[in-house]
Design a protein around this ligand. Structure first.
Ligand SMILES: [Zn+2]
Length: 148
């Protein structure tokens, strides 16, 4: 740790001395050249750090968006059974017990999933032709019953 710090300070001073030596060729004062070298290194480091932090923040946001998108495929909006009935969107797994912690009352809530079934109905055709054909079938059926 301490060795790394000394190495960093030494490399910082070495680059500043190199900058001072290069600038002294144009008759720039050695101290001023050294300080310019330090300032350029600091500016370079600042730009690098800012760029890196921006890149990491964008990457994290992208990952967060992907996670939310994946979660929306397997999640439910549920209301807490406490009196406030705080609604939260939680991930749901069908092969395991589902629990979450309410963000308001901090209690652990169990999510019960009960499957229900229903017959899928087909839409009724309300056109004149469809109703007329059904009525004709009814009349024919009644007529056939009377003949027998
Ligand atoms: Zn609650």
């Amino acid at each position: 740790m301490l060795k790394k710090l000394f190495l960093q300070i030494a490399s910082l001073c070495a680059v500043a001395c190199l900058t001072s030596a290069i600038l002294s060729a144009w008759h720039v004062n050695i101290i001023v050249g050294f300080l310019v070298g330090l300032a350029f290194q600091y500016a370079g480091y600042y730009v690098y750090k800012t760029g890196l932090l921006t890149y990491v923040a964008l990457k994290n946001k992208k990952l967060e968006n992907e996670r939310i998108k994946e979660l929306s495929y397997q999640g439910l909006e549920v209301a807490c059974p406490c009196y406030k009935a705080v609604k939260e969107f939680i991930p749901v797994r069908l092969n395991a017990a589902n629990y979450y912690k309410c963000s308001d009352c901090k209690k652990t809530i169990s999510v019960l999933i009960t499957p229900e079934t229903a017959v899928v109905t087909e839409p009724v055709d309300t056109s004149f032709e469809a109703i007329n054909s059904v009525l004709k079938q009814g009349v024919q059926h009644t007529y056939n019953e009377k003949e027998e």
